[in-house]
Design a binder for this molecule. Structure first.
Ligand code: UGA
Length: 429
């Protein structure tokens, strides 16, 4: 099929590249010229394991094209994905200015029947808004479909090629839904066809539910600390219940970050308010998530004593492992708070340093984890990168002035760590 994808952020780029890999002819369009130039040269503007290889391969096979002009590629397109950003408007709602602009651009340039697919995470009712916006400029037949994405950063390609499900929402033409379903048929997964509003809701409900699991287990973790239980075992015990499941988001830590959960949870709360309904559970999920970072900072302060003049090593800045994304990363709150209290922070992250330098210029960045620990008073684990899991902690301890580990992700076995001479503080254990 001939496909256009508008927006080359995480969602758009992964969607475009993976559809090309399945044999479709895909044009990825973005207004950002620097990004498009990079992509044309086979370089990925984002860090996502495996994506650069697929970009290069599909460029060579002439199945993928990168361009700044929508008009040129819209001419032949059968399907147009809108995958532009929907940042928070600052008041908790999703800002739809990029979605609206994309819909206008489509309306002004469309000259044949096409299926417009909304891939961006948008408030319920946006599909209809997109339809009406296009209609203002284009009076002939077209369809609007919602096809939310469920990709996790760092595992996006695997999630695309092995999805748990594909959701397709459409009001009216079932033919359009069938055509989009054909795109994913080779992936052999359940395909849920609904109306537009339901598809949009499935996305918000899924992210809100996963975020709820995280705040739930973090609350359990905080109680575990008081009653002498270990949340990692509680979580393992819970996940073996098949109704809860081994992939449940029940790993306690310093709370969720990233470009999706924080934004989508607060948007869901706003959607509830606009519908004159309370979503008290979700309001608490948000509050608990914010508190969780503060509790971690307090744990460091309570145990280290005066922070002024202390040298603190931070391992991991990205909001989770396998990504360079630092949006809403707990690391930012934690590092800035420690600096405000007078600490000197040395930080290491395998891929997020460049992004981190832009928002936290006053941190000392090092290129090896051990370099952050020299003469440090404490080691703080913020991101669960695999490379931290099997380091020689005895060797690390020998570099440090004071031997404290604050493990915000519970990546270590607390008993094993204690044998290396460290004082160990995890979450909920
Ligand atoms: C999330 C969803 O998992 C995807 O299904 C969805 O498509 C995506 O948002 C989106 O809406 O685009 P993502 O934000 O990439 O994906 O990352 P997750 O793996 O879900 O992690 C989110 C945050 O929760 C991270 O900060 C992570 O460290 C934290 N987390 C996750 C926990 O603290 N505990 C857990 O058990 C799981």
């Amino acid at each position: 099929m001939k496909i256009v994808v508008i927006g080359t952020g995480y969602v758009g780029l992964v969607q475009g590249v993976c559809l090309a890999e399945l044999g479709n002819e895909v044009a990825c369009v973005d207004l950002d010229e620097a990004k498009i130039t990079k992509l044309k040269n086979g370089e990925s503007p984002i860090y996502e394991p495996g994506i650069e290889e697929l970009i290069k391969k599909n460029l060579k096979q002439e199945r993928i094209f990168f361009d700044t002009s929508l008009k040129k590629h819209l001419k032949n397109a059968e399907i147009v994905f809108i995958a532009v950003g929907t940042p928070s408007d600052g008041k908790g709602k999703a800002d739809l200015k990029y979605v609206t602009a994309a819909a206008e651009d489509i309306g002004k340039n469309l000259n044949h029947y096409a299926i417009i697919v909304n891939k961006s995470t948008v408030p319920i009712g946006t599909g209809e808004m997109v339809k009406n916006t296009i209609k203002k400029y284009y009076k002939e037949d077209f369809d609007v479909v919602s096809n939310p994405e469920f990709l996790k950063e760092g595992a996006a390609l695997d999630d695309f090629f092995h999805p748990d499900r594909v959701v397709i929402g459409v009001n009216g033409s079932k033919k359009a839904a069938e055509r989009i379903a054909e795109l994913y048929k080779v992936l052999n997964c359940p395909i849920v066809v609904t109306n537009l509003e339901t598809a949009e809701m499935i996305k918000y409900a899924s992210n809100s539910y996963l975020a709820t699991q995280i705040s739930f287990i973090n609350s359990i973790a905080n109680i575990c600390e008081k009653v002498g239980a270990d949340v990692t075992d509680v979580s393992r015990g819970m996940k073996l219940d098949k109704r809860i499941g081994e992939r449940a988001f029940l790993n306690a830590g310093i709370g969720y970050g990233g470009s999706c959960f924080p934004k989508d949870v607060s948007a869901m709360v706003e959607i509830a308010k606009e519908s004159k309904e309370n979503f008290r559970i979700l309001e608490e999920v948000e509050a608990t998530n914010k508190e969780q970072r503060q509790k971690f900072i307090k744990k460091i302060v309570d145990n280290l004593g005066k922070i002024q003049g202390k040298r603190i090593a931070v391992w991991g800045i990205a909001f989770k492992a396998k990504t360079d994304d630092i949006r809403e990363a707990p690391a930012i709150t934690i590092i800035e708070s420690l600096q405000n209290l007078g600490a000197e922070v040395l930080a290491y992250d395998p891929v997020a340093e460049e992004n981190a330098r832009r928002v936290m210029p006053d941190v000392i960045y090092v290129s090896r984890p051990q370099d952050a620990c020299k003469k440090a008073d404490a080691l703080v684990i913020v991101t669960d990168w695999d490379e931290f899991k099997q380091v020689d902690l005895k060797a690390i301890a020998s570099l440090m002035k004071n031997k404290y580990i604050f493990d915000g992700r519970n990546i270590y076995d607390s008993d094993e760590v204690k044998k290396t001479g460290f004082k160990y503080y995890g979450i909920g254990r």
